[in-house]
Design a protein around this ligand. Structure first.
Ligand SMILES: Cc1ncc(COP(=O)(O)O)c(C=O)c1O
Length: 337
């Protein structure tokens, strides 16, 4: 048995949670109301009509057919299911480094042979050697790309059809594109899944829709792929309150579009402020920024009630949160600037 590792997490006690790329805006009244109204019916299994309604709304939101989309309990569960369905022990998996930590957790757990292309730092942006990635894709059974990438925030495929095609046609296996941060980047490869049926897009409603506690995510893929990877799932997998939350969110898209716009503005504002204050910060297409600093920024910010994530010795990831958290974050770092 190959060495396995768990996701390590201790609950943060700080009131300003800027460590998990969560949304710091609470669910709005229309979502609370929709969820609350289902609670008295939770002695029953989730309703098939609600599941189908959620699936239809996801299809409309993504401008794909209902057969091309399937709900999951968060992007995490989608990834887990895809790994189980598409890879066998000993298979080669290709990704970039650094990336979302769970990819390595799943790869190790399943005994996969993980190959990574290291991201390179170019001034205030991270880049990937795409020729190398396309070359290495030849021998991969599974290519898993987080786009925009976590924790670096850079684009990988950036919705570019030619790049997607080169990877998809070059590999003997599947290409999973984890677009958990899609709404903040605005680009996607979702529209190409029917043309390249070995491409599967993974999405989340935890970030842009501010629904992390409801555990909602979904995949977008060719119908044949959806049919095959969802064989072991049932329409009962998503709890009724979560279905209600997802439906209410997608029926009131305008509310979320405003929040997304706000978070993007705050991200760009925080980036400029940090730069102005002399911090080394990288450009990001997601709802977080990565900062390089050899001081213990996490311990310093803890004193101000802010939790951030220490990614490596001198790398810190901060999620954007809301106006208050961004303001406090800047004020708290002033004495270090
Ligand atoms: C790249 C990536 N994929 C998946 C997830 C998990 O998302 P979800 O909350 O939908 O399970 C995260 C969470 O931070 C993430 O960063």
């Amino acid at each position: 048995m190959l060495e396995s590792q768990n996701y390590r997490y201790e609950e943060a006690e700080e009131p300003y949670r800027m460590h998990l790329n969560e949304c710091l805006y609470n669910p709005p009244e229309h979502i609370i109301k929709a969820v609350t109204s289902t609670l008295s019916q939770c002695n029953y299994y989730p309703n098939l009509h609600m599941f189908n309604r959620f699936r239809l709304l996801l299809a409309e939101y993504n401008k794909v057919s209902i057969d091309n989309v399937y709900p999951f309990l968060g992007a995490d569960n989608a990834l887990r299911t895809l790994f189980m369905a598409l890879a066998d022990p000993g298979d080669a998996i290709l990704s970039v480094k650094p990336t979302f930590s769970m990819i390595e957790v799943y790869a190790r757990f399943m005994g996969l042979d993980m190959v990574t292309v290291p991201l390179q730092e170019n001034d205030d942006e991270w880049t990937v050697d795409m020729n190398l990635l396309i070359e290495l894709a030849k021998n991969a059974h599974l290519v898993v790309l987080v786009d925009p990438n976590n924790p670096t925030g850079n684009a990988i495929i950036k919705g570019d059809r030619k790049i997607l095609e080169a990877i998809a046609l070059n590999t003997k296996g599947f290409v999973i594109v984890d677009e958990t941060y899609y709404e903040f980047s605005g680009y996607s490869v979702a529209r190409y899944v029917n043309e390249y049926p070995n491409v599967i897009v993974v999405r989340s409603m935890s970030k842009a829709f501010c629904l992390a506690g409801f555990r909602l995510g979904y995949i977008i893929a060719d119908k044949s792929v959806i049919d095959s990877v969802t064989k072991v799932l049932t329409p009962f997998d998503i709890p009724t309150p979560s279905l209600a939350a997802g439906i209410a969110a997608l029926e009131n898209l305008d509310y979320h579009l405003k929040i997304i716009e706000k978070i993007k503005q705050l991200r760009d504002y925080l980036y400029s402020e940090l730069k102005r204050m002399g911090f080394k910060v990288y450009r990001s297409y997601a709802n977080f920024l990565l900062i390089r600093d050899d001081r213990r920024l996490d311990s310093h910010l803890k004193k101000f009630g802010i939790a951030i994530k220490r990614i490596a010795q001198d790398l810190y990831r901060v999620s954007i949160g809301n106006e208050d958290s961004v303001k406090l974050f800047i004020e708290s770092l002033r004495e270090l600037a």
